[in-house]
Design a protein around this ligand. Structure first.
Ligand SMILES: NC(=O)c1ccc[n+]([C@@H]2O[C@H](COP(=O)([O-])OP(=O)(O)OC[C@H]3O[C@@H](n4cnc5c(N)ncnc54)[C@H](O)[C@@H]3O)[C@@H](O)[C@H]2O)c1
Length: 252
C-alpha cells in the first residue's frame, strides 16, 4: 500500500485526488495538509507539515506555488517523494525545484493528462517540420476562478515549440494597441477566462493560405487527479531526481 499525503486536500483538485486514492487498491490517503486543520472522511488534515505524524511515501501537492518551501522541507526531512502539480512558480522557485531534485525524488508537470503530454510531443514535431514559415499562437481557456495566467500548460507547450528553434523564439503575452506587424520570432500566448471551463489548449500554426491547429480539451478535473495518482505510483521508491509525465508514460 502506498501512503499518500494530499497537500491542498480541501481544494477542487485535492478532493478529487482523495476520491481516486480512496478508490485505488494500491493507495491510501494517510493525511492531508491545507490552510485550516480539520478532517476529510475521517482522515486528519493539518495546517502545518510540522504536525504530520503519519508515515508518508508520496506527497501529492495541488495547493499553490506559495507552499513550495514547506513541501520541500517536509520531503527532505522524511524522504517522501513529491508530486508538484500546482502551477504559477516563479523562476527563482523553478531553480529551487531543480536544486531540491538532487536530494529528493521530485515529479513536476504543469499538466497531468496523458493527452496533453502527447500534444506536447506533437507540437515539438510539428514546429520542427513546419519551420519558420508558420506563425505559432497558443490560446488557452480556463474557468473564471483560475488565479494564474497564462496556464502552466500553455507555457509548457510554448517551450516545446521553442525547442524546435533552439529556444530562439520570444513569448508575447496577449497584444494590445499599435503593436506593429507580427515578428517572426514571436510565439503568441493568449489566456481566456470564463464559466466552468476545465482546461482547453489550442496551438495554431498559421502559414500562407493554410492553418494547422492541434488542440486538447479536458472535460473533467478527474483526468488530472488520475494522472497524479498514476505519477505517485511511479514515483514511490524512486531515487532522487527530477521526473515528469513523459517518464511515467515511457515506463508504462
Ligand atoms: N498539473 C495539473 O495537471 C493541474 C491540473 C489542475 C490544477 N492544477 C493546479 O493545482 C492548483 C490547485 O487547483 P484547484 O483548482 O484545486 O485550486 P483550489 O483553490 O480549489 O484549491 C487549492 C487548495 O489549496 C489550499 N492552499 C492554498 N495555499 C496553501 C498553502 N500555502 N498551504 C496549504 N494549503 C494551501 C487552499 O486552501 C485550497 O483548499 C492550482 O495551482 C492549479 O493551477 C494543476
Amino acid at each position: 500500500m502506498i501512503n499518500i499525503l494530499i497537500s491542498g486536500i480541501f481544494g477542487h483538485m485535492g478532493r478529487t485526488v482523495f476520491e481516486i486514492v480512496s478508490e485505488d487498491e494500491q493507495t491510501q490517503c494517510v493525511c492531508g495538509v491545507d490552510l485550516k486543520k480539520g478532517e476529510l472522511c475521517g482522515v486528519p488534515v493539518y495546517a502545518d507539515f510540522a504536525d504530520v505524524k503519519e508515515k508518508t511515501d508520496v506527497v501529492i501537492d495541488f495547493s499553490s506555488a506559495s507552499n513550495l518551501d514547506n513541501i520541500l522541507a517536509f520531503a527532505k526531512k522524511t524522504g517522501a517523494a513529491v508530486i508538484l502539480a500546482a502551477t504559477g512558480y516563479t523562476s527563482v522557485q523553478l531553480a529551487q525545484i531543480d536544486a531540491a531534485a538532487k536530494e529528493i525524488p521530485l515529479f513536476k508537470t504543469a499538466n497531468l493528462s496523458v493527452g496533453i503530454n502527447l500534444l506536447q510531443k506533437l507540437v515539438r514535431q510539428t514546429a520542427a517540420f513546419l519551420g519558420e514559415n508558420f506563425d505559432i499562437e497558443i490560446i488557452e481557456r480556463h474557468h473564471n476562478l483560475k488565479k494564474d495566467a497564462p496556464s502552466g500548460t500553455a507555457l509548457m507547450l510554448a517551450e516545446s515549440a521553442n525547442e524546435a528553434f533552439a529556444d530562439s523564439k520570444k513569448f508575447i503575452y496577449g497584444r494590445e494597441g499599435m503593436v506593429g506587424a507580427r515578428q517572426k520570432q514571436e510565439i503568441g500566448i493568449h489566456a481566456v477566462r470564463g464559466g466552468t471551463i476545465v482546461g482547453e489548449h489550442e496551438v495554431m500554426f498559421a502559414g500562407d493560405d493554410e492553418i494547422i491547429t492541434l488542440s486538447h480539451s479536458a472535460r473533467s478535473k478527474r483526468v488530472f487527479a488520475a494522472g497524479a495518482v498514476r505519477a505517485a505510483k511511479f514515483m514511490c521508491g524512486k531515487p532522487a531526481g527530477k521526473y515528469d509525465m513523459q517518464d511515467v508514460l515511457a515506463d508504462e
